[in-house]
Design a protein around this ligand. Structure first.
Ligand code: WTA
Length: 650
């Protein structure tokens, strides 16, 4: 903290392309500033006005009740989230495509709002017949197929709480999450496709359920047709129960604060936290930010490339777009299958107008070369978005020039699982952009960059990114752990929400988010906890101690480096290194697999016995240590590590 970054201060702002600006919803900084000012001066009036975006069974009586750390939004209001995403569109745009699904092998399935309504109602009836009612939790472990969106909306229709677990998580991670959220029903698939190969989801789920006795029903989508193990008393084929279900399922009203979902994310301890979102505030801010940030129009074909297993997919594939009656592309597979032009082929095929993707994907496209893009007509694109990690200026410029042909604005959107929706982003028709900056807060959002005492930092000086006021889509708590909610987000710097990110503001007040200040790392945009990986490592029989740090990676942003010391019974070897990496894959999932496993005789510690991760980080990044080492208990060990990059197998 405290270092001044001159590069950030020197970056020049570029005005939005004139063609875009002229037709945008918000066309000038004056308009943005007046909305921002209005929301600052009269937040209740501002959000009351925005609340008209939703259809209410009963309009809210109060806008916000706030007592740190607990917020209630749109108090006394009643609505149904699924009604807002589906039913209300039928009259005006029943035949319009809601979800334009594309399989990895190139098949297209358009689902209209009318079709979606039928599917959601039928599956809600299925869930109900399995005993699911308002407040119950349904676990979801599915690939990127339409049934995933249908399941979420069916849960919302019944007031049931969904908890999606990303399909890349292992059986151990899945079981932990299912047990924590208390689900009795799981929706999964026989398998999914990834780069033409089958991901055996049902087998993984079967394994997980061995330690989840509370789960009594498993609904299985047939996607691959491969044989799977079957438990007659527990397992049901999705298509069978769905075909028997009634297609009429009235949407019941629920309180604004009724819980909508739990989504697990990594924090600073080994135990993932269940971020709990509620209904009205979340849906409203997703729907509203879609209009502000993506400048959404009726005829847009919008594509967010995230997986619904993460928050970006929840907010910007399902809830935000569908609440607006948009057409959203949902793609099942990988960006390089069957070839590295898959995304651009999809953009051309569906005439995609808005593309929302990650810096990791952009850097990979850059590395693959422009020729993959040049094979296709991508001129339908009018707006580009980025999310999940800081985007480096070189990747930003490539995205702007090669994909956007200098004509498309870029919205670098900053937000988190906890914030529910985008909080800091350019408005594409108004905000001059700077490559690498998420620019300015949306109206209603009051972020600051401060030191640990809560005092603002100087322009160009690094500090902590915090948010001063509550906002509608903020997390309500950590499921089952109010204390951790308070401790992690509200007690670090009293009175404000602590994001866990380091940031700077420049002389124009622009925000530059630099990355995490805690033990959270971002590998290919996936949020991982170093502590969670460490606890996976020490559960391996050969390992005595482990410390995990990140090192920069040209494509993925960060990569996992594990330093381990072995038990006396184990001997370092290249095979053991592989086994250890496999063990992390089996315990968490392939997203957490270490890029490097380094054996050490001992780990450098302070006098009080704390592992000095800072030194290991330096070692992982630079291969040598130059920092202050005087407080080391075992200097020889560190020196040895530094010299040999971990002891040799010999
Ligand atoms: C990082 C993803 C820089 C940040 C929506 C945050 C970003 C974490 C940006 C949340 C951005 C997200 N620029 N960093 N535009 N967007 N981040 O919960 O560190 O998976 O705290 O939510 O991603 O990750 P999460």
């Amino acid at each position: 903290m405290g270092e001044v970054n001159h590069a950030v201060l020197g970056e020049k702002a570029v005005a939005p392309p004139e063609d875009f600006r002229r037709q945008a919803r918000i066309r000038s900084m004056a308009e943005y500033e007046s909305q921002y000012r209005r929301a600052l001066d009269d937040p209740e009036g501002f959000w009351r006005e925005q609340a008209k975006l939703l259809d209410w069974f009963e309009v809210p009586k109060a806008i916000c009740e706030w007592e740190i750390p607990h917020a209630k939004w749109f108090v006394g209001g009643k609505l149904n989230v699924s009604y807002n995403c589906v039913d209300r569109h039928i009259e005006k745009r029943g035949g319009k495509t809601a979800i334009l699904w594309e399989s990895e092998d190139g098949r297209t399935l358009p689902i209209s709002y009318r079709d979606l309504h039928g599917r959601v109602c039928r599956f809600a009836n299925v869930l109900r017949s399995l005993g699911v009612s308002a407040g119950d939790t349904v676990a979801v472990y599915l690939p990127m197929i339409p049934e995933l969106a249908v399941t979420l909306l069916a849960c919302a229709r019944l007031g049931a709480v969904h908890s999606v677990v990303f399909g890349g998580f292992s059986s151990v991670a899945l079981a932990d999450r299912i047990r924590d959220c208390g689900a009795k029903v799981l929706v999964t698939a026989d398998g999914g496709y990834r780069r033409g190969k089958i991901v055996p989801l049902k087998a993984t789920a079967d394994h997980a359920l061995e330690s989840c006795p509370a789960v009594r029903s498993v609904v299985v989508v047939r996607r691959t047709g491969e044989p799977v193990r079957w438990d007659d008393g527990r397992d049901l084929w999705f298509h069978e129960v769905d075909s028997r279900a009634a297609s009429d399922c009235p949407a019941a009203p629920f309180d604004s604060e009724h819980p909508l979902y739990i989504l697990y994310t990594s924090g600073t301890t080994g135990k993932p936290k269940g971020v709990l979102h509620s209904s009205a505030g979340y849906l409203l801010q997703c729907a509203w930010s879609m209009q502000m940030v993506f400048d959404l129009r009726e005829d847009d074909v919008y594509w967010c490339t995230a997986d619904i297993g993460w928050v970006t997919g929840h907010s910007y594939i399902v809830y935000g777009p569908l609440a607006n009656g948009a057409t959203v592309v949902m793609y099942e597979g990988a960006p390089d299958h069957p070839a590295k032009d898959r995304f651009w082929q999809l953009v051309e095929k569906h005439r995609v107008t808005i593309l929302y993707t990650s810096p990791t994907a952009i850097r990979a496209f850059m590395a693959w070369g422009n020729e993959w893009v040049e094979r296709h007509d991508v001129t339908s694109l009018r707006l580009l978005g980025s999310v999940g990690e800081p985007i480096n200026p070189a990747a930003w410029r490539w995205y702007s020039e090669v994909i956007g042909r200098g004509r498309c604005p870029i919205v670098d959107t900053w937000w988190q699982t906890e914030t529910g929706s985008i909080l800091v982003s350019p408005l594409p028709g108004a905000t001059p952009t700077k490559a690498g900056s998420a620019t300015l807060p949306l109206p209603g959002i009051v972020p600051r960059v401060v030191n640990l005492k809560g005092e603002p930092t100087e322009p160009g000086e690094t500090g902590y990114l915090v948010i001063e006021r509550p906002w509608p889509s903020m997390l309500r708590t950590i499921y089952g752990d109010d204390e951790r909610f308070r401790r992690d987000y509200w007690n670090r710097i009293p009175g404000v929400y602590f994001t866990g990110d380091a940031a700077q503001r420049d002389g124009d007040g622009y925000f530059w988010v630099l990355g995490r200040v805690d033990d959270v790392i971002k590998v290919a945009g996936h949020r991982l906890s170093t502590m969670e990986i460490e606890s996976a490592l020490v559960s391996h029989e050969a390992i005595a101690e482990a410390a995990v740090v990140a090192k920069p990676d040209e494509i993925k942003g960060e990569a996992v480096v594990a330093f381990v010391t072995l038990r006396a019974s184990a001997t370092a070897s290249p095979e053991l290194r592989e086994q250890i990496a496999d063990h992390v894959t089996a315990t968490i999932g392939s997203i957490a697999r270490p890029a490097e496993v380094r054996f050490a005789q001992s780990l450098p510690k302070t006098r009080s016995g704390k592992i000095m991760r800072r030194l290991l980080r330096e070692l992982a990044q630079k291969g040598s240590v130059t920092g202050d080492v005087t407080s080391l208990e075992d200097l020889a060990a560190l020196e040895q590590l530094a010299r040999t990059k971990g002891i040799d197998e010999s």
